[in-house]
Write a protein that binds this ligand. Sequence first.
Ligand code: PEP
Length: 245
Amino acid sequence: MPQLIAGNWKMHCLAAEAVALARDIAAGAAGVTAELLVCPTALHLAAVAQALNGSVVTVGGQDCHQSKQGAHTGDIAGPMLLDAGATRVILGHSERRQNHGETDELVREKTVAAVAAGLIPIVCVGENADQRAGGQETEVVGWQIAGSLPKPFTGVVAYEPIWAIGTGKTATEEDVAIMHAFIRDELVRQFGDAGQTVRILYGGSVKAANAASLLAVPNVGGALVGGASLNAQEFLAIARAAQSG
Ligand code: PEP
């Protein structure tokens, strides 16, 4: 399976900037064997999807509501993302868990809703700095997997240690190898054989300079990229460092 390189654009880019960034990525994607995904703000999703129509780059959302419709001011439902051109959706990102109080239970409900809408969920897990300092990283991530992923689970998991997100601090290859092996074992323990094929992305200050070594670690199925995905050439360089599977 080719690796998946996903860009999380977070709350960046006005509409014209998002479309230009998408076009630049699509224009440079020839020869890239990794799957490419960009996740703009929902407001620009349709425009970005239109700009990428006919290219190899796919589009995803950054969150969706756990209901398919209803009286939820300001929220966005999975079917709306799909309708706007998304094929995947990031769920349970640490910024949503921290800033919006999202619990494992809510992330699981959102994951169920995303799958029901026809989207592939990318569910984020990862420990914070205190938890790592206390040696609790596997315990925390094990609980997050148990609580956030519905059974059966059809989707992608992103391991994103919170202390490495947007900080420039990258987990070492050894950290990544240990955590991804742990996550693989947990997926198999909790989901049986199906857990063998779940893609596990690494996220946390991935950039062109460290992508090749991180993406070569066993059980790394790709990368979830924040800051570096806002620069088309940097994002493409990460994608070119990916393994073709
Ligand atoms: C992220 O927010 O998902 C992320 C990995 O960010 P960054 O690459 O900027 O650390």
